[in-house]
Design a protein around this ligand. Structure first.
Ligand code: NAD
Length: 334
């Protein structure tokens, strides 16, 4: 009898990780979720706990781990600027040591390993849209560098383990993703706008609001990760995963205000340091592999607004305000 596929998801209690665990369980895999809960939440995986094929290990990926697995998705790392800039040294440590420890684990058990990399490796890009061959424009000493350079170094390690040891690797460059289970204090633009609109607070726009971003709905993104993991050995990536349809911040704010029925005003503030003006994935490669996003911004926003309405009903508004106020200067960074 063949053994069930054992899949490790580091950062499995986070926003993307919890959706990924759910998807993999749905496919019949045995899922091992590793998390240190620095930005993740037990609530994200509470519905999975108790399932026979789901196992939770509280562990920091900066330390080695020994668990027998066939596949590893390495997602452990805070993704939101307010979270990754709170302890930048720990962020770099998580990206670099986390990559080394999971790569060593993959070596030990001959497992396939996928790295959740990011569009941030392109920094403030000078070409649009960004294809995988673009090497990026990152400021190595700026406040975002702990994340950007940490993720770039992790990619380097993945490709060196491939070249040096022949390990089966996959690198996904994830672009801005949103959806249910984002935290109200996540600090990125979709959650900021929705939380502010629902709370009747001014919706904060930075600069003149004409800068653009592309937003991918979480279910589409998770499908992309699973698709990439299933590709033949020769496909290593990096592969951009994101939604190429571009929206200005003003356009997004207007959509959120309309969909929430909010009368919140817009508040314009100075642009933060190193804030990219535009970012949009070229997803030709992902498309050639059979993946593309399917959820429209309207559909995705509808589901995400529903999630936050639910969350905010449970959290005292004063608490949300206090937490957001604490990081007011960083809230800007999308
Ligand atoms: P998240 O903060 O919700 O999830 C990260 C998870 O990793 C959390 O559960 C956190 O507790 C855990 N974690 C952090 N450091 C850890 C450590 N040292 N040891 C063990 N666990 C640790 O963020 P997310 O949005 O779900 O992002 C998941 C991954 O996807 C990250 O690697 C991120 O860089 C990447 N990514 C996300 C996006 C996005 O738009 N959400 C975009 C690009 C890349």
């Amino acid at each position: 009898m063949s053994r069930e596929r054992r899949v490790l998801v580091t950062g499995g209690a986070g926003f993307l990780g919890s959706h990924l665990c759910e998807k993999l369980l749905g496919q019949g895999a045995h899922v091992i979720c590793v998390d240190n809960f620095c930005t993740g939440a037990t609530a994200n995986i509470a519905h999975l706990d108790g399932k026979t094929r789901f196992q939770l290990i509280e562990h920091d990926v900066c330390l080695p781990l020994d668990v027998e697995v066939d596949e590893i998705y390495n997602l452990a790392c805070p993704a939101s600027p307010i979270h990754y800039q709170r302890d930048p040294v720990r962020t770099t440590r998580t990206s670099v040591l986390g990559a080394l420890n999971t790569l060593d684990l993959a070596m030990r058990y001959g497992a396939k390993i996928l790295q959740a990399s990011t569009s941030e490796v392109y920094g403030d890009p000078t070409v649009h849209p960004q294809g995988e061959d673009y090497c990026g424009n990152v400021n190595p000493i700026g406040p975002r560098a702990c994340y950007d350079e940490g993720k770039r170094c992790a990619e380097t390690l993945f490709f060196d383990y491939r070249r040096q040891y022949g390990l089966e690797i996959k690198v996904a460059r994830i672009f801005n993703t949103y959806g249910p289970r984002m935290r109200p204090d996540d600090g990125r633009v979709v959650s900021n706008f929705i939380v502010q609109a629902l709370a009747g607070q001014p919706v904060s726009l930075f600069g003149d609001g004409t800068q653009t971003r592309s937003f991918c709905y979480v279910d589409d993104l998770v499908d992309g990760l699973v698709m990439l993991m299933a590709t033949p050995d020769a496909v290593t990536g990096p592969v951009n995963l994101g939604n190429p349809s571009e929206h200005s911040m003003i356009d997004l704010a207007n959509k959120v205000l309309t969909m929430t029925g909010s009368t919140s005003p817009m508040a314009f503030m100075p642009l933060p340091v190193d804030d990219p003006r535009q970012r949009r994935p070229d997803i030709s490669l992902a498309k050639a592999l059979g993946w593309q996003p399917r959820t429209t911004l309207r559909q995705g926003l509808g589901r995400t607004i529903g999630h936050f309405e639910d969350q905010l009903r449970r959290i005292e508004p004063a608490k949300v305000d206090a937490r957001r106020g604490e990081h007011a200067e960083l809230d800007a960074i999308y």
